[in-house]
Design a protein around this ligand. Structure first.
Ligand SMILES: [Zn+2]
Length: 111
């Protein structure tokens, strides 16, 4: 499963960043084009961290909308996936501004 391998990847990043400290909360940015279901990701996270030093760390998923910029009318509109098209004038001459991100934004550790 897609979400399971993502949560494992997050776990590896977090363990490295925490350097032995106890992690309480992890925040990730997830672009709409990644087609990740936040609920599934948090459930997979629970399974991934169970019995590891990360157990008990909460995963918070920030959904990032897919936004395109139109070369014709200059509008910035939220993408109506899966059609790469301007929401104002329906032109397909658009540039993707966001929606592809997947990154660990912050990690809270116990002090
Ligand atoms: Zn347009």
């Amino acid at each position: 499963m897609h979400e399971l391998s993502l949560s494992r990847a997050i776990g590896q990043i977090v363990v490295r960043a925490a350097a032995g400290r106890r992690v309480t909360r992890v925040e990730v940015d997830c672009g709409a084009l990644r087609q990740v279901v936040p609920e599934t990701l948090t459930r997979c996270w629970g399974l991934t961290v169970e019995g590891t030093p990360l157990a008990g760390a909460a995963l918070v998923v920030n959904p990032i909308p897919a936004v395109v910029s139109c070369a014709v009318c200059r509008a910035e509109t939220q993408l109506d996936w899966p059609v790469l098209r301007c929401g104002e004038c329906a032109s397909t001459d658009v540039t993707l501004l966001s929606g592809e991100e997947f990154l660990v934004r912050s990690i809270d550790v116990e002090t």
